[in-house]
Design a protein around this ligand. Structure first.
Ligand code: NI
Length: 182
């Protein structure tokens, strides 16, 4: 059981484009995946990407069966996604207050496409090929951004809708935009 420290915004490793995994079944990749899960569960998160624990490889994990934070959200299968690609399938965008464990205490409104097609491989090298909508689609896009060296504040278009959680809380509850901790 290894809970790794989470890198925070400002760390240059979070701004790099991560490298493709050559061999998904290599022992160091299995170790990385174990560390990601240990760290994600310890922080009660629902998604985490390798660069957030200081490894610039294209590996991300996400999913939840039932979340206390999102009692009404449809479950997303627990997924290990390696070398992902994303194709946007709609021009419809939805706004959401995003938060990120690498940007603690801050929240901002990010608009993202509501439907995507994503592909990649799992930890056995087996293909993953899915259509995702809504929360699932947002989760994958947020984690994918980490692999590209992008943090959610870079996606905010109206910087007035960005701030410390306790300061923006009134806006969060009055404007009816959903909240997502990714
Ligand atoms: Ni994040």
């Amino acid at each position: 059981m290894t809970i790794k420290p989470i890198l925070k915004m400002g760390n240059p490793l979070l701004l790099q484009r991560s490298q493709e995994v050559i061999d998904p079944v290599a022992p160091e990749i299995s170790q990385l995946i174990t560390d990601l899960f240990d760290t994600m569960y310890a922080t009660k998160g629902i998604g985490l990407s390798a660069p957030q624990i200081g490894i610039n490889l294209r590996v991300m994990i996400f999913g939840f069966e039932k979340s206390e934070r999102y009692p009404n959200a449809k479950p997303v299968p627990t997924t290990i996604l390696i070398n992902p690609t994303i194709e946007i399938l709609t021009q419809t965008m939805q706004a959401g207050w995003e938060g990120c464990i690498s940007v603690p205490g801050l929240r901002g409104v990010v608009s993202r496409p509501t439907k995507i097609h994503y592909q990649g491989i799992d930890e056995k090298g087996q293909p993953i090929d899915r259509i995702a909508t809504d929360f699932h689609a947002r989760m994958v896009q947020h984690e994918y951004d980490h692999l590209e060296g992008i943090l959610f504040p870079q996606r905010i278009t109206d910087m007035r809708l960005f701030g410390f959680e306790n300061e923006v809380w009134d806006k969060i509850i009055t404007n009816n935009i959903p909240v997502y901790d990714l």
